[in-house]
Each structure stands twice: as structure tokens, then as C-alpha cells.
Design a protein around this ligand. Structure first.
Ligand SMILES: [Zn+2]
Ligand SMILES: [Zn+2]
Length: 265
């Protein structure tokens, strides 16, 4: 479940997306102004012009940006996709089907490149192709990655560098896995073995000697991918489950957000 959407289920764009979140009624990228959410739709314009979004064997989903005529530019919807992590927004992919929009998965922006592709008038132009990874794959891989560095100030420097990485270049130097790991490692090290929610000691120590705490993204409904360390908190498993599953979860999340001002000045 991501934002109440179930994978593989078909939704009505008007009722289930615009009815709940607002956002642009036209086009393949929806950026509701009142929610930390970017919704992208595949299977739309590209096909009739001779190109289409595609699934790469390495797990990356390649998604063509928006812009009907001329070169695509990193503005509006395209910028929202590239910057969703920095902005704390979730990125949800839907596929257009005859019955409606099928929810595919929640993704994380990794990189983008430019490709020659025809525009609506049939002229070749530079198209932006986003390289997206399923958020679950990022979480799983980062979980397996060893801590980056034992030095807190070095971790902090890397975490803020990862959070502020501007996707202006065609290829960012660090992968989304490395950036996500850097932010995680810093946030966990910052906690110094105590849950930043309830202040209890971590319940146990990992095999590598690091106290077990879980990184939580305060601005998103799901965790995964890099985020600004000012909006990430290290929680014990109890506090973490409380935020995501508790009756007072969103209230507790608001409390954590308020406490971040003291944790990360
Ligand atoms: Zn706790
Ligand atoms: Zn969480």
C-alpha cells in the first residue's frame, strides 16, 4: 500500500486521484500542490510517436518526461520527478489500461539521461528519460550495504551532500543506493544508540556493532531513498511501527517532526 493504493489494482483518475489529491487533470505527471506526492502515468503519449517507457533488466524503469513539442526541459513536472526525494515527496507510478489507471509501484528517482525521440509533430528532439527504481528494491539493497564511515562529522557532510544532490547532470556521481545509505548512516549515528522518538536505548546491536535503529522519513508515508536529514529520524522498531501502524500514527509523526528542530538545528 502506498497512499492507499494497492499494487495491481485499477483506479479512476478523476475520482481516486483528483478527487483525493487534486492536481493537473491533463498529462502524464501529476503534482498535487497540497500533498507530498508526484504521480506519473505510463502508457500514454509515447507509443503513438514511436517510443515508449520501458523496464530495464537491471530493475530500472525508464520513463519519458513531459513536453509535447521541442526539446524537453527540466521544469514543472520533470523537475518534480527529478527532485521528489529532495522535496520529501513520494513518487507513484500508474499504468494506463482500458479499465483505468493500474497502480504499479512506488519508485525513487535515481538518474536521468537525454535521448533523441520524436515529438508530437514528428520532429526529433531531446527527450528526458528518467531512470527510476522501485522503493522496495532501494530499501532492500541499502539494508545490505555496510556502514559508510564511522566518523559522525564525515557522515553528516555526506548525508547533506546526498540530500542536496541536484540532478542537473545527466548522471549523478553517486547512485541512489549510496546516497540513501549515506543519509541512513548519518541519521543512525546521530542518534548515538538511542531512539530519537522515545529516547530508549536501541533494542540490540547489529552484527557489525552498530545499534539497531530504523531510519524513518517523516515527510513521506513510506521509507526509502535519500531524504534531507532534517526530515529523517532514527527510531526503535516500536516507535517506527507506531508511526506507520498506530491509531495515533500521524499525530506521533507530527510530534517527531516538531522534535526535529532540536535534533537537527
Ligand atoms: Zn522509540
Ligand atoms: Zn518509517
Amino acid at each position: 500500500m502506498s497512499w492507499g493504493f494497492e499494487r495491481g489494482r485499477v483506479y479512476n483518475r478523476r475520482a481516486d486521484i483528483h478527487g483525493r489529491f487534486g492536481g493537473q487533470q491533463q498529462g502524464g505527471i501529476i503534482t498535487p500542490s497540497k500533498h507530498k506526492l508526484v504521480i506519473i502515468i505510463t502508457g500514454e503519449e509515447g507509443l503513438e510517436h514511436g517510443y515508449a517507457d520501458r523496464q530495464r533488466p537491471d530493475g530500472v524503469f525508464e520513463y519519458f518526461g513531459e513536453g509535447q513539442v521541442g526539446n524537453m526541459t527540466m521544469q514543472r513536472g520533470n523537475a518534480a520527478v527529478a527532485n521528489h526525494s529532495t522535496n520529501g515527496a513520494s513518487l507513484l507510478l500508474f499504468r494506463k489500461t482500458p479499465a483505468g489507471l493500474r497502480f504499479e509501484d512506488e519508485y525513487v528517482y535515481d538518474a536521468h539521461h537525454f535521448e533523441k525521440a520524436p515529438d508530437r509533430l514528428g520532429n526529433m528532439r531531446d527527450a528526458i528519460v528518467f531512470e527510476l527504481r522501485p522503493v522496495a528494491a532501494v530499501v532492500e539493497k541499502v539494508e545490505e550495504m555496510a556502514p559508510a564511515s564511522p566518523d559522525l562529522s564525515e557522515l553528516r557532510r555526506r548525508a547533506f551532500a546526498a540530500a542536496n544532490a541536484t540532478p542537473g547532470k545527466s548522471k549523478s556521481t553517486a547512485s541512489v543506493f549510496e546516497r540513501s545509505r549515506d543519509v541512513r548512516d548519518y541519521v543512525v549515528a546521530r542518534a548515538k544508540g538511542r531512539c530519537e522518538g522515545c529516547a530508549q536505548s536501541a533494542p540490540f546491536v547489529r552484527a557489525n556493532g552498530v545499534p539497531y535503529l530504523e531510519p524513518h522519513h517523516i515527510r513521506r508515508l513510506t521509507d526509502g531513498g535519500p531524504d534531507d536529514p532534517r526530515f529523517m529520524i532514527a527510531l526503535c522498531p516500536n516507535c517506527h511501527r507506531r508511526v506507520h501502524s498506530g491509531a495515533d500514527g500521524s499525530q506521533y509523526n507530527g510530534q517527531l517532526l516538531a522534535s526535529m528542530k532540536a535534533i537537527e538545528a
